[in-house]
Design a protein around this ligand. Structure first.
Ligand SMILES: Nc1ncnc2c1ncn2[C@@H]1O[C@H](COP(=O)(O)OP(=O)(O)OP(=O)(O)O)[C@@H](O)[C@H]1O
Ligand SMILES: [Mg+2]
Length: 882
């Protein structure tokens, strides 16, 4: 576009827009943020706002769309939620003081990952900005990941191998935005979710921002980290030997510098004003839960509706603050593997559990705290509004009370609240003594500062008070002086205060009255004295507002300089709150403290499903036990039982109890001894994944392959009806082979729920497999679900019975029964089973024979002599063909 065709202001706009081509540019003009050209069209469409126009010079009228500045947060939230980035251009000087064109600059770029506005954030969920650097080798991708939440200060780095592991970390974090160094052939810019050009090999559901490669280079990134945190080496951060992690972190910091110009100013204390120094972690520090497992076990949302209600987190989260809620969610998605850390959390829960009075009082104190973690960053970034500062002050003011409350505490976490940083208490007091308790949300209209704080402010206010009083009295004095009883003092926007007199009496007014307006029944006058007072009030009011604003900003800066210390207590409080919530659940739901061991045992006595138990009337849930992990029990349990009997519930409850234990929580069981797991795998139900072009069965097999390839002795594997999605014989064969492989090769602790009753034969063949069944009571005309798990295998599924209960038409039920009888009598599988019964004399116990023949570990190799035994099955299944 030829600049000569544009007014100077529009030239400036176009110039800025060129610098931020991937963001919507919001250009401040007076009380509005205006957008022009395509941005205007886009925003008017997305937000359903009126598209207007503006004269832009010789070019004529151009499209324009505006939002009032005071509604900025609301509209910005909508745009960011849709995955857009916003470049906010503010006026850097008051329009009336500008010589020529008002100076305007882009002060902030808001992108989905760099949001700090309360309206744009979810209270109980982190909002992560991630950065990834990948090195794609011939065999394996090596990657570095950095992620941060600029609303709370969290900052982590990690380096790992394997595309899948990276995707799982992303699935855990659900980053709002992912930064990548641009690669050859790709440009710069932002890709909204679902963009068909999503970066090679990465999931399409995220927002990606492609960045220049330079800040992601090792030397640059390292220098950036060292500089930012005032360090001489990265040794202390633990990432010295992790070049890809460093590169990702450097790219992330650089992005913040560039987009958050006004927020990210060097902090006087050194360090980053918004992010604490990055912490390094490894995937193996934590219990690994893959995406399927998080989904299948419904940790944070239900499978069917994606709802929070009905998830494990719904049962667990009794924390009182949003920061406690966020912490709990993080713990749930990233359970521990370090027994010492688990014990620390358990200790705190136990202390709270054993002291109801401590718990009650702690609960009400926590209730009165605000989200200190986010408030810390609101003050650090200089964006906190008066109400937020008041919330900060009142929360800090509670710290001494908290310290007193935990004075006798025995566990380290609670003890760490005993020492209160006096600077924070001071700050809290100063905020409380400076700010009025319920100030308006805006900064520039006064009403913020208490009397007695500032002498000048008090003087101005007093003067305004006197002048107002004088005006209030004026009606009375002027009535007396003029002898006009109907004289009134009025006010309107157009010309301020005036004296109103009915037209009939207009002749009686004193001569110093100046006529301003004549209405039908009334004449309006002013006097020089009145105008003088009025002007004085107006100037004083402006001065007051200005003074209050200054005092407020000063106080906010003071608070900002303590951000790191606030963040630190906030973190402790968040952890205390999360554990407080877990203690509450433990009390209300009768959870017990599990014993954590280093071996492979998984012993649960009278365990319950935390969510199902909550949704049933009290006492109706039937507890069940389990022993897994040789030598404490079998390694693999084949679980059979009728439809609707409770197999899936049992299987999931074991996984949930293990996860609860490793996140440090108590568990719904009478007693539990649990060896630490490295991973929990699940394969449950059939979910179509049409989006990725995979069939139901293909998804099932993919997930199964993943389990067989990655599970180990330390893993817990939960398989629900493997092989169901294909022809019966294929499915049965696969189920058999998978179970056998898990028991003999992987030796993972496994629960294998199935309707293939043939699998019960594995118990007789393999020493570390046992059969369990969920029993029902069969009456003459119906069955009763007992939901009890017992040793032994079931031989019927009562599927037709369940169909009847579900309301299948009677003729269909009758016909199904006929077909079933025929099938059982004549099918090859039926024949096979019956002939197998004959061919196996009861005296010849195959389990004994198997043990003699197998190798010294008692576990056969797949191709070992045990094959003789395994051949039993194919011959019996396909008797006619062989
Ligand atoms: N231990 C229990 N105590 C009380 N109710 C239970 C218990 N276990 C399961 N139930 C109830 O039974 C219902 C069915 O359980 P579940 O889905 O586990 O059965 P299933 O054996 O897996 O059935 P299917 O073979 O059809 O998949 C649950 O929704 C729950 O309401
Ligand atoms: Mg089931």
């Amino acid at each position: 576009m030829d600049p000569a065709l544009l007014t100077p202001m529009m030239q400036h706009y176009v110039e800025l827009k060129r610098q931020y081509p991937h963001a919507i540019l919001l250009y401040r003009l007076g009380d509005f943020y205006e957008m022009f050209f395509q941005d205007a069209q886009l925003v008017s469409r997305e937000l359903e706002l009126v598209l207007t126009g503006r004269e832009a010079g010789a070019i004529g009228r151009v499209p324009m769309c505006g939002i009032p500045y005071h509604a900025f947060d609301r509209y910005a939230a909508q745009l960011v939620a849709k995955g857009y980035a916003l470049a906010v251009c503010d006026q850097m000087e008051p329009a009336d003081q500008a010589k020529g064109l008002v100076r305007r600059e882009v002060t902030r770029v808001i992108t989905p990952g760099t949001v700090i506005e309360e309206e744009l954030l979810q209270a109980r969920q982190n909002n992560y900005l991630a950065a990834i650097v990948r090195l794609r080798g011939s065999k394996q991708t090596v990657w570095g990941l950095a992620y941060a939440d600029i609303s709370t200060g969290e900052f982590w780095v990690c380096q790992g191998e394997g595309q899948e592991q990276l995707e799982q970390e992303l699935a855990r974090l659900q980053p709002a935005e992912i930064l990548l160094p641009t690669e050859e052939g790709l440009g710069l810019g932002l890709m909204r979710p679902g963009d068909p050009q999503a970066p090679l090999g990465l999931p399409g559901q995220y927002t990606y921002t492609l960045r220049p490669a330079e800040p992601f280079e090792l030397a640059t990134a390292r220098e950036n980290l060292l500089q930012t945190y005032g360090l001489r080496s990265l040794e202390g951060l633990g990432c010295e030997g992790l070049p890809l992690a460093i590169r990702a972190a450097g790219g992330l910091l650089h992005y913040l510098e560039e987009t958050q110009k006004n927020l990210v100013q060097p902090s006087p204390q050194g360090g980053h004003p918004l992010l604490r120094p990055p912490r390094t972690y490894q995937l193996t520090d934590y219990l690994i839960l893959d995406t399927q497992t998080r989904r299948n076990l419904e940790l944070t949302q239900t499978i069917r509706e994606g709802a929070f209600v009905g998830s494990l987190l719904w049962v667990l989260d009794r924390s009182r603050t949003a920061m406690g809620g966020r912490t709990l969610r993080r713990w749930l998605l990233q359970p521990l593997r370090d027994p010492e850390q688990i014990r620390l959390r358990q200790d705190t829960i136990q202390e709270l559990l054993e002291s109801p009075s401590l718990r009650t009082r702690l609960g009400s104190l926590l209730d009165s705290l605000y989200d200190l973690e986010r408030l810390a960053n609101r003050v650090a970034s200089g964006t906190a509004n008066p109400r937020e500062l008041v919330a900060l002050g009142s929360s800090l003011g509670k710290l001494p009370q908290l310290a007193e409350l935990v004075a006798e505490a025995q566990t380290p976490l609670l003890q760490s609240l005993q020492q209160v940083d006096p600077a924070l208490v001071d700050l809290g007091h100063r905020i409380e003594h400076t700010l009025l308790p319920s100030p308006p949300p805006v900064l520039t209209e006064g009403g913020l500062i208490r009397p007695g704080v500032d002498a000048e402010l008090d003087r101005l206010r007093q003067q305004v008070e006197q002048d107002r009083h004088w005006i209030a009295q004026l009606e009375k004095t002027e009535r007396e002086r003029t002898g006009i009883p109907t004289l009134k003092v009025g006010f309107n926007k157009a010309f301020g205060y005036y004296l109103s007199i009915s037209r009939a009496k207009a002749q009686q007014v004193p001569k110093e009255y100046i006529r301003k307006q004549t209405l039908t029944n009334e004449e309006r006058f002013i006097t020089p004295e009145l105008k003088e007072k009025e002007a004085r009030i107006l100037t004083a009011q402006t001065e007051i507002n200005q003074r209050e604003y200054e005092l407020f900003v000063q106080l906010r800066q003071e608070a900002g300089s303590q951000a790191a210390a606030i963040r630190q207590v906030a973190q402790t409080l968040a952890a205390v709150d999360a554990l407080f919530g877990l203690a509450e659940v433990a009390v209300q739901q009768g959870y017990t403290r599990p014993v954590i061991t280093a071996d492979r045992r998984l012993i649960i006595e009278e365990g319950r499903h935390p969510v199902v138990e909550k949704s049933l009337p009290q006492g109706l849930f039937v507890p069940n036990s389990v022993r897994l992990g040789s030598p404490h029990g079998p390694d693999l349990i084949v679980l059979t039982g009728p439809n609707m009997s409770g197999k899936s519930t049992y299987l999931r409850q074991i996984g949930l109890i293990q996860i609860l234990a490793q996140m440090g929580s108590f568990v719904p069981a009478r007693r539990a001894e649990l060896g630490l797991c490295d991973r929990v795998f699940t394969r449950i139900g059939a979910v179509d994944d049409l989006a990725t072009g995979q069939s139901t069965f293909m998804v099932e097999m993919n997930e199964t392959a993943n389990i067989l390839n990655h599970a180990g002795e330390r893993s817990l594997v939960l398989l629900d009806e493997i092989g169901r999605g294909t022809a019966t014989f294929d499915g049965l064969s696969i189920a058999w082979a998978v179970a056998e492989y898990l028991a003999t090769q992987v030796r993972a602790r496994t629960i294998f729920a199935t309707h293939y009753h043939e699998l019960n034969q594995l118990e007789t063949l393999l020493p570390n497999v046992a059969n369990f069944q969920v029993v029902v009571k069969e009456l003459r005309d119906r069955i009763i679900f007992l939901h009890q798990v017992q040793p032994g295998g079931a031989d019927r599924s009562y599927g037709i019975e369940v169909g009847r209960m579900a309301g299948l038409p009677q003729p269909v039920i009758e016909r199904a029964k006929q077909v079933l009888a025929l099938v059982e009598q004549h099918s090859r599988i039926g024949l096979g089973l019956r002939s197998q019964g004959k061919s196996r004399p009861s005296s010849n116990n195959p389990k004994k024979r198997f043990k003699q023949e197998s190798n010294s570990r008692g576990i056969p190799d797949c191709d070992a002599k045990a094959g003789d035994q395994l051949s039993l099955i194919p011959t019996s299944l396909y008797p006619e063909e062989l």
